[in-house]
Design a protein around this ligand. Sequence first.
Ligand SMILES: Cc1ncc(COP(=O)(O)O)c(C=O)c1O
Length: 447
Amino acid sequence: MELSDPHGLIGLTPSQLDAYWMPSTGNRQFKADPRIFVSAHGRHYRDAQGRSIFDGLSGLWTCGLGHGRTQITKAVSDQVAAMDFSPPFQFGHRLAFQLAEQVVSFMPAGLDRVFFVGSGSEAADTSLKIARAYWRLRGQASKTRFIGRAKGYHGVSFGGISVGGIVGNRKIYGEGITVDHLSHTLVPGNEFCRGMPENGADLADQLLELIALHDASNIAAVIVEPWAGSAGIIVPPKGYLQRLRQICTDHQILLIFDEVITAFGRSGAWTAAEAFGVTPDILNFAKQVTNGAIPMGGIVTTRAIQQTFLDAGGPHYAIELPHGHTYSAHPVACAAGLVTLDLLRQESATEQVNAIAPAFERAVHSLRGAPHVTDIRNFGLAAGITLAAMPGEPARRPFEVALDCWRQGFYVRFGADTLQLAPPFGSTAGELDALTNAIGEALQRQP
Ligand SMILES: Cc1ncc(COP(=O)(O)O)c(C=O)c1O
């Protein structure tokens, strides 16, 4: 068997490498130099060469509790054996209802109705569809327009890329849905801010300008990540989310928080809504809800919003919300979710995050002054490091630095002009220092 592997160790043939069109990946570069994980335990992966790799992004913001948690593994295998699938439409299984109640117990007061989907992207589209349908059912069918935010990320479906504000994810796909964007909140003067920046709350007032332009009677919802993850940890200025909330309330516009990254511990609270003291009308989640072991996402909303659908539902047997997925509330995902939420509580994940966050903050901000670093931001157990562009190649330096880290035994995420870090909740100060030292060394080697 012919191997495309300089070390003869990755165990894949060239035709296998070619057959898989990898998502959000530089396929040409990857296949010339594959990075293959073969196992994961605790805070480390093992790669095909047998090296131990520290997981600097908890998988993909998914595995805060660390990898290979036996309780989750057992729940998943037991559930596959007991009932591998259950149709989510018109029939139910107990775990879905139990998990919904558990999810609610992690939410701010008032958010107590859960709709399950299979991913963060599906959660984004679900929240947008519910917002539009809600206004229509309330007799305000002209409220269809959405407001997103520059540098926002809401997954890759047409709804999500429309409200999203990362140009690379949208520019080749043509028309989306009707959307305006608020500015992002990376304000000059806030560089190297630890936690929430002081300046920029007034940017929320741009929503008033959009209302003046379109009229609130045409706007369904505003969707933002409370702190933006994929664009490199953009933390809201003090008072910004409160202002958005107030304007939405005053003008009868729904506020959606996309908490696919921020919920279930990473913000140092069970939700970023709780961390910032602002409750949205709809909150989207995914990732950490199953510790990444099985795909799952969902939205949580108020009983008043759900009641609108029930009241307008027509005959008692009719479907009130014609929306859902084959894998909504998949029993295996629900089993993983129930154990994950138990573990998050038992292990006091938010306390773990808050205990290690100061050491993490010190470690990442120690990179201030390292070559090419133009900004560092952090919140909870997440940080973004912006790097100066190479001439004509804005996305290259983070990629090169991340590859250097990989060679040193650290997995960090790179995207556009940033590196992103989100280590597992149980990380030690020593591990975090080692992670940032590896980044520092990689930066020193950069031309
Ligand atoms: C805030 C946010 N929303 C939505 C998504 C999309 O989730 P998925 O990749 O599960 O579709 C992500 C993924 O990183 C995300 O960070």
